[in-house]
Write a protein that binds this ligand. Structure first.
Ligand SMILES: Cc1cc2nc3c(=O)[nH]c(=O)nc-3n(C[C@H](O)[C@H](O)[C@H](O)COP(=O)(O)O)c2cc1C
Length: 182
């Protein structure tokens, strides 16, 4: 039997992204973003839908740059901490999270080195709707070298917004025929 749910733009599962930018004191400010993703045909731009009051949102607007890290599933508790606590309340949130960062060589933003992939982005547009929609041009992508030849790929962290739970990307079922390399 089917039932109607509360109206909600469910897209299951959602990617878990960690958006990071330098705050005023030059320390990394980081937040969890699940409302976002690829927003152009050429795969070179990413959109984040974020509330403008977040410390990281202000940092992104001021520096006009940010990174997006794709966390692996094993880091879910760290990610949950980052998404539950504001750097406005806990100024050393990044240090407390146990994560590490280096400055991007391409944009004025921190690359978190604990995660397998980082998109280094320059802000090309900020639109204010009910949220702040930040569009970033991906300038560089850095990845953990050892993963490039790993046939299992990245066990990426995902978010199930029906159950408000973290899940892992799990096992490969098959490959998309349309995008098969011939
Ligand atoms: C699973 C999860 C997903 C989230 N997705 C978003 C999002 O897409 N947009 C947003 O503005 N906040 C989102 N948040 C909330 C922020 O990550 C959170 O408020 C964070 O503490 C802000 O940190 P800051 O104030 O230090 O920047 C999410 C939180 C969690 C736990």
């Amino acid at each position: 039997m089917r039932t109607d749910l509360k109206t909600n733009a469910y897209s299951l599962p959602m990617p878990v992204m960690l958006a990071a930018a330098y705050s005023e004191d030059d320390t990394p400010s980081v937040m969890v973003v699940t409302w976002g993703g690829i927003c152009t045909k050429y795969l070179d731009k990413i959109a984040l839908n974020i509330d403008s009051f977040h410390k990281t949102a202000r940092a992104i607007s001021e520096r006009m740059a940010f990174t997006v890290s794709v966390p692996d599933a094993s880091h879910w508790k760290t990610v949950d901490y980052i998404g539950s606590v504001s750097g406005d309340d806990v100024p050393d949130k990044f240090t407390r999270s146990g994560l590490h960062a280096v400055r991007s060589r391409y944009v004025d933003a921190p690359v978190i080195t604990d995660f397998p992939v980082s998109l280094e982005c320059r802000v090309i547009d900020i639109a204010i709707h009910d949220m702040m929609r930040v569009t970033g041009q991906v300038i560089n992508v850095s990845a953990e070298y050892s993963l490039l030849n790993d046939t299992d790929g990245i066990d990426a962290l995902l978010y199930d917004n029906l159950r408000n739970s973290y899940i892992s990307s799990g096992r490969v079922l098959g490959y998309a025929e349309k995008f098969r390399v011939r």
